[in-house]
Design a protein around this ligand. Structure first.
Ligand code: C2E
Ligand code: CA
Ligand code: CA
Length: 457
C-alpha cells in the first residue's frame, strides 16, 4: 500500500485570499449562514468565548424531502434561508448554525426548561408555513439538552440533543423534547428492536391480531381489522405503539405492512377453502407504503399468490396521509379501487383532510375516530353528537359505509346505531384477538357480508 492520499498540497494557498478561506471554513454556501465548524469551536471551548452555562438545541424540518420533491429545490433552499433568518433574529442565543442538510443547532442561554420550551415554540410558530405555498405547514423535530454538567459533555452534548430529537416521530406536529437519561435507555431499546426485525420475522414473533367489526342492530360479525403485535422472544406481547413509530421513521414499517397483508390473504384463502363464510379484513397502510412507487406492484405480488376475491381486502389509510400530497393519494386510491380493493379512511376527524377531499376519494368506508366516540354521552352541549350525526349523514349521501372505532359502552353503541352508523368496532364487542380465537368467532356465526357498496354494483 502507498501513502494515504492527500491532495491538499497540490493547491497553492496563495491563490486564495483570507476572506475566501474564512468564508469556506465557517459559512455554508446555500444560506451564507454559520456552519457546524463555527459552532463546534464554541462548543468545545465555550469558556474561551465567555460562556459559563448554556443549553443546546438541535432540530430539523420534518419531511424536508417532501418540500423539495413537491415544490422544487429553490423552495427548499428558500425555506433553509428563512430558518437561518429566524435563528439570527433570536436574542436568547449565544450561537446558532446550520449543521448540514436541514439540521440546525443553537447554543442558548440556560434558563428554566419551560422558558426554553415556550421560546422555541414561538420561534417555530414564526416559520410554520412554506413561503411558496402558505397552506403548506412546516413542522420541526427538536431536541434540547438542558443539563447541569455541560462542561463534561462539550461537543458531545449534540448527541444528547439528538437523542431527544429522535423522539419526535409524529407526522403532523412540531415536537420539542428535552433530553432525559430515560431516553437513552429507550433509544437503545429502539435500536435493538430495529436490528431485531429480521430475526423476529424469521422466528415468527410478528403476529397478526384481529379486531372484529359488528353490525349493531343484529350483533353480527361483519369484518375485522388486522393489527400487528410483536410477541417479543415469545415472552411478552409488544403493542404497535412500542415499535411502529420507530419503524415508521425508517420506512421499515413497509415490510411489516406487507407481512400483515400476506398473513391476511393466506388466512382468507384458508377459510375460503374450508368453507368458512368470509368477511372483509382491513389492513393498515403506512405512509411509507402509500408513497412507495411500487405500492401497487407490491400489493399485487402478495395478493396474486392467493386465490381470493379482492373485495375481502380493505386498506385503511389514515386521514393525515392526505396531507402530504392529496392528489397523489387519490391517484393511488383510484388504482387500488379499480383493482377491486375496498378503501377506508381511518381516524376520520383527527387530521386535516377537508370535507371536500371526501368527495374526491374513491372510498368504500369512513372510519370515525375514537376521539369522537369518547365524547358521545359525555358532551353536555351535544356538539360532538351533532358533528357525528352530520358526518354520518354525509357518508349516507356519498354512499359509503360508516364505522366507529373505539366503542366501549352500550350507550355509545346504541346512539351510534340510532344515528345510522353501519358498523361498530371496539372493546364493547371485542378487543383485538389472536387469529385462532377470531377464527372461532367467525365459524360460530353464519353471517353474510354486509357490504352496501359492492352489493350496489
Ligand atoms: P388504529 O389503526 O387507529 O387502530 C385502532 C387501535 O385502537 C388499535 O390499537 C385497537 O386495539 C385500539 N382499539 C380498538 N377498540 C378500542 C376500544 O374500544 N378502546 C380502546 N382504548 N382502544 C381500542 P393497536 O392495535 O394498539 O394499534 C395502534 C395503532 O398502531 C393503530 O391505530 C395503527 O395506527 C398502528 N398499527 C397497528 N397495526 C398496524 C400495522 O399492521 N401496520 C401499520 N402501518 N400500523 C399498524
Ligand atoms: Ca386502523
Ligand atoms: Ca383508527
Amino acid at each position: 500500500m502507498g501513502a494515504a492520499l492527500d491532495v491538499r498540497k497540490e493547491v497553492n494557498i496563495d491563490e486564495f485570499d483570507k476572506r475566501d478561506l474564512f468564508n469556506l471554513a465557517y459559512f455554508e454556501l446555500v444560506t451564507n449562514y454559520y456552519n457546524w465548524n463555527w459552532m463546534r469551536e464554541k462548543l468545545t471551548d465555550f469558556e474561551a468565548f465567555g460562556i459559563t452555562d448554556f443549553a443546546f438545541v438541535h432540530f430539523d424540518i420534518k419531511d424536508f424531502k417532501m418540500v423539495n420533491e413537491i415544490y422544487g429545490h429553490d423552495a427548499g433552499d428558500d425555506l433553509l434561508r428563512r430558518v437561518c433568518q429566524v435563528l439570527h433574529e433570536q436574542d436568547w442565543t449565544y450561537y446558532t448554525c446550520r449543521c448540514d442538510n436541514d439540521n440546525f443547532a443553537m447554543m442558548v442561554h440556560r434558563m428554566p426548561d419551560q422558558e426554553i420550551q415556550s421560546r422555541l415554540e414561538r420561534m417555530f410558530a414564526s416559520m410554520d408555513r412554506l413561503e411558496a405555498d402558505r397552506h403548506y405547514p412546516i413542522y420541526f423535530r427538536c431536541g434540547v439538552a438542558s443539563i447541569d454538567n455541560v462542561a463534561e459533555y462539550r461537543a458531545t452534548i449534540t448527541d444528547l440533543a439528538k437523542i431527544a430529537q429522535h423522539f419526535g416521530v409524529k407526522a403532523n406536529e412540531t415536537e420539542i423534547y428535552f433530553y432525559t437519561d430515560d431516553m437513552k435507555r429507550k433509544q437503545l431499546r429502539s435500536k435493538m428492536l430495529k436490528a431485531d426485525l429480521d430475526r423476529a420475522m424469521s422466528e415468527e414473533e410478528l403476529e397478526v391480531y384481529y379486531q372484529p367489526k359488528y353490525e349493531p342492530s343484529t350483533n353480527t360479525l361483519v369484518g375485522a381489522e388486522a393489527l400487528i403485535r410483536w410477541n417479543y422472544h415469545h415472552e411478552s406481547i409488544l403493542p404497535p405503539k412500542d415499535f411502529v413509530p420507530y419503524f415508521e421513521q425508517e420506512g421499515t414499517i413497509e415490510r411489516v405492512d406487507r407481512f400483515v397483508l400476506d398473513q391476511v390473504c393466506r388466512k382468507l384463502e384458508q377459510w375460503k377453502r374450508e368453507g368458512v363464510k368470509l368477511v372483509p379484513i382491513s389492513v393498515n397502510m403506512s405512509r411509507a407504503q402509500l408513497y412507495s412507487p411500487v405500492l401497487v406492484k407490491n400489493v399485487m405480488d402478495i395478493v396474486n399468490k392467493y386465490d381470493i376475491d379482492r373485495r375481502y381486502i380493505e386498506f385503511e389509510l389514515t386521514e393525515s396521509l392526505a396531507y402530504y400530497d392529496s392528489k397523489y393519494m387519490i391517484e393511488v386510491m383510484k388504482n387500488l379501487r379499480d383493482l377491486g380493493f375496498m378503501l377506508s379512511i381511518d381516524d376520520f376527524g383527527t387530521g386535516y383532510s377537508s370535507l371536500s377531499l371526501l368527495a374526491d376519494m374513491p372510498l368504500t368506508t369512513l372510519k370515525l375516530d375514537k376521539s369522537f366516540v369518547d365524547e358521545i354521552g359525555h358532551d353536555k352541549e351535544g356538539r360532538t353528537s351533532y358533528i357525528v350525526k352530520n358526518i354520518l349523514e354525509i357518508t349516507k349521501f356519498l354512499k359509503i359505509n360508516s364505522i366507529a372505532e373505539g366503542v366501549e359502552t352500550e350507550v355509545q353503541k346504541d346512539l351510534l346505531k340510532d344515528w345510522g352508523c353501519n358498523y361498530i368496532q371496539g372493546y364493547f364487542y371485542s378487543k383485538p384477538v389472536p387469529v385462532a380465537l377470531f377464527e372461532k368467532m367467525l365459524r360460530n356465526q353464519s353471517v353474510g357480508i354486509v357490504d352496501s357498496v359492492s352489493s350496489e354494483e
